[in-house]
Design a protein around this ligand. Structure first.
Ligand SMILES: [Zn+2]
Length: 131
């Protein structure tokens, strides 16, 4: 399920959605807000243009929102039910965790978003080589 060829492989390894070979992000996960979401312009392997149209990744905001809500709920349940924090403490935990996870959710939302539109093609690299 997590092997090459599945969308999850692309998402969790930050690989190009088409060839699953090239890197999607320019930099490794970091806390620099400018660098953390910076993408390669094209896939270094199959040359897929990541920014498929202007402001393509605007839509990733919806994905980011969904991830953020899921994260809020998860942190709240863990903090309140399992650790037994008060409501106020649980909200503080939510804020801290979501700040810490921001670089991850931003990146995840982008790569999930592009995976809605681009499917794996095992010949993508070959096609590019023939050009
Ligand atoms: Zn590629």
């Amino acid at each position: 399920m997590f092997g090459k060829g599945s969308k999850l492989y692309s998402i969790f390894n930050s690989k190009c959605p088409r060839c699953h070979e090239g890197d999607f992000f320019k930099y490794k996960l970091n806390f620099n807000p400018k660098k953390v979401t910076e993408l390669h312009e094209n896939c270094p392997k199959c040359n897929l243009k990541y920014m498929m149209e202007p402001s393509f990744f605007f839509g990733a905001m919806y994905v980011n929102y969904a991830i953020a809500v899921a994260l809020f709920v998860a942190v709240f349940i863990i903090a309140k039910m399992f650790i037994g924090l008060s409501i106020l403490q649980s909200f503080i935990a939510i804020i801290v965790v979501s700040l810490l996870f921001t670089p991850i959710t931003l990146r995840l939302s982008r790569i999930i978003w592009i995976n809605f539109f681009v499917s794996y093609n095992k010949d993508a690299e070959k096609l590019q080589a023939e050009k």
